[in-house]
Write a protein of this length. Structure first.
Length: 212
């Protein structure tokens, strides 16, 4: 299993044109292959909570014995790309831009009117996991031969790496994305997008049901 995990992570990192720390203001230079997308989607499924209560006290429950909450690979690819940009914003402490990027993503997905609450929760989880992966803060630990634990570690801003040019590049990328989303018409994120945001990271490692 160890070789499979290392290969999957290496392929994903190469597809995103990343080393372990984030290269700021750099977008992926290659189209993400299905194998890479599915790898990260499966990791997101692993840490997807079975129950989540929104600030409005709405409870979302996920049956982890089924995979109904997953979204198609093409949708997963788009979410990962948005998460990559969110990671750049977070590393530069551009919190407003990061929130706008995430809100635009959720507004776009909700406007499709095809996703269940469980799928919207999964989308937020995949977005957040991508941020940690892109920042080099997703750690995988093998436990025996049939278990994998995933840690989402705290992300520290990149000191001295966020030049004015890089900040402008991030800001322009996000501004363009926001303009293409439904929130550009209202100026406000959809309440459901904010409400469906899961916790930043699990306090403890979670056994992996999927290994690749």
């Amino acid at each position: 299993m160890g070789q499979t995990i290392r290969k999957a992570v290496a392929v994903l990192a190469a597809s995103m044109a990343l080393g372990a720390p984030l290269v700021l203001a750099q977008t992926p230079t290659k189209e993400l292959k299905d194998e890479s997308v599915i790898t990260l989607m499966n990791y997101a499924w692993t840490i997807l909570p079975t129950k989540f209560t929104t600030p409005e006290r709405k409870t979302i429950e996920v049956d982890k014995t089924k995979r109904d909450a997953l979204v198609p690979v093409d949708v997963g690819r788009d979410i990962i790309k948005v998460g990559y940009i969110s990671a750049q914003a977070q590393m530069c402490e551009m919190w407003d831009e990061q929130n706008a990027n995430f809100s635009a993503l959720m507004a776009k997905e909700q406007a499709k009117k095809t996703w269940t609450d469980q799928q919207l929760l999964y989308i937020t989880t995949l977005h957040r996991l991508t941020i940690h992966f892109a920042a080099g803060k997703m750690r995988l630990v093998e436990k025996g031969t049939d278990e994998l634990q995933i840690f989402l570690e705290p992300i520290e801003p990149t000191k001295g790496a966020c030049t004015d040019d890089k900040r402008r590049s991030i800001n322009q990328t996000i501004a363009t994305y926001v303009k293409s989303s439904p929130i550009a018409k209202t100026g406000e994120p959809p309440p459901e997008a904010v409400a469906a945001t899961p916790p930043a990271a699990p306090a403890q490692p979670v056994p992996a049901a999927q290994k690749k």
